[in-house]
Ligand binder design. Structure first.
Ligand code: FES
Length: 90
């Protein structure tokens, strides 16, 4: 987890990732759509998480930016309420 990250949402998003493709997942919580890096981390200490998957299928991508298994959801989002969206990660 990046200490400068903010909570994009307090729940994950199902995203179909293709096997063998390199993805850069937003770790700062500031990208427009919340899933893929769009360069919005500039000026923070955050960098996107590079990931490729073994199977083409939907994956639950962490949008609270706090998962211990980032970029995949591990349930950590349950500690955030709606009012935490856009605020610093805990
Ligand atoms: S969205 Fe589930 S752990 Fe972050």
């Amino acid at each position: 987890m990046c200490k400068d990250a903010i909570v994009f949402r307090n729940k994950p998003k199902g995203v179909t990732l293709e096997a063998g493709v390199e993805y850069f997942i937003c770790a700062c919580g500031r990208s427009k759509e919340g899933v893929f890096c769009d360069g919005s981390h500039e000026g923070t200490s955050c960098t996107p998480k590079k990931v490729s998957v073994p199977k083409s299928k939907p994956y639950l991508i962490c949008l609270c930016k706090s998962s211990e298994n980032f970029p995949f959801c591990d349930g950590t989002h349950s500690m955030y309420r709606d009012e935490d969206i856009g605020k610093s990660v805990k």
